[in-house]
Ligand binder design. Structure first.
Ligand SMILES: *[C@@H]1O[C@H](CO)[C@@H](O)[C@H](O)[C@H]1NC(C)=O
Ligand SMILES: *[C@@H]1O[C@H](CO)[C@@H](O)[C@H](O)[C@H]1NC(C)=O
Length: 221
């Protein structure tokens, strides 16, 4: 079954609730089964009047994969991890009717629906996802990118590196997420080998850490 068909089935079961147009880019929010009382911890944005408004904040944040919204309190939360209906998270009993929507970017050219949290970078013809909320060691970061159908990001071109460094420094969550990020070192000249791994710093330079260090990581697909 292709990825596209899979998503079409998801639409039928859960109903695609809204399409968001932002800066000539399209996003789709897919509602997950009711998760009232269940939500991951994060800082809410208050007084956001609609779930589309909430989703607009999400699409402007490179790390947002999901929104949690409650219309009675205009409560909007940008969540860095996708909603699942089995995830154990904080039980907020004072705030029922909290709905969770995974936010997916849709490629304008191919109509492909990207995995939640991925953002399309037209100039580099690639989709990137910045994982910071659950730091991982090197082996696990590779596995998790692969589970999303991708791999750790390669940094072959100067312009792609510059794009990533700009995001790492301009996104407030990433800016406070520590200084090292796992990437995919593709050239084998002078690079460390296990137990040492090469990591990207926020200033765009490379350093070495032991591969069991748990830090944020960047996937692409
Ligand atoms: C949340 O807490 C309420 C009361 O504290 C409890 O009745 C309810 O079962 C809990 N829900 C979940 C999903 O844990
Ligand atoms: C990475 O983490 C996993 C899970 O905690 C662990 O099983 C594995 O041994 C770790 N790998 C390294 C190289 O530290």
């Amino acid at each position: 079954m292709s990825r596209r068909q899979y998503f079409q089935i998801v639409f039928l079961l859960l109903l695609c609730v809204c399409t968001i147009q932002s800066l000539d880019r399209r996003f789709t929010a897919i509602r997950f089964p009711p998760m009232e009382g269940l939500m991951p911890q994060a800082d809410p944005l208050l007084n956001v009047k609609t779930k589309i408004g909430c989703a607009m904040f999400c699409v402007q944040d490179e790390t947002c994969a999901c929104i949690s919204y409650n219309k009675f309190d205009s409560f909007c939360m940008l969540v860095p991890e996708p909603a699942t209906n089995f995830e154990k998270s904080t039980n907020i009993s004072i705030m029922p009717h909290l709905y969770h929507f995974n936010v997916h970017e849709v490629r304008i050219d191919t109509k492909e629906i990207l995995t939640q949290g991925y953002r399309w970078h037209e100039a580099h013809q690639t989709a990137l996802r910045f994982h910071y909320s659950r730091p991982k060691n090197n082996t696990e970061s590779i596995q998790l990118c692969q589970q999303e159908g991708g791999d750790l990001v390669t940094l072959q071109t100067e312009s792609k590196l510059n794009t990533i460094v700009r995001i790492l420094n301009s996104n407030t969550k990433l800016a406070s997420a520590g200084k090292h990020f796992y990437y995919n070192p593709t050239t084998d000249t002078g690079l460390p080998s296990p137990p040492m791994c090469s990591v990207l710093t926020k200033s765009g330079t490379f350093e070495e850490v032991t591969c069991d260090t748990t830090i944020p990581y960047i996937c692409e697909r």
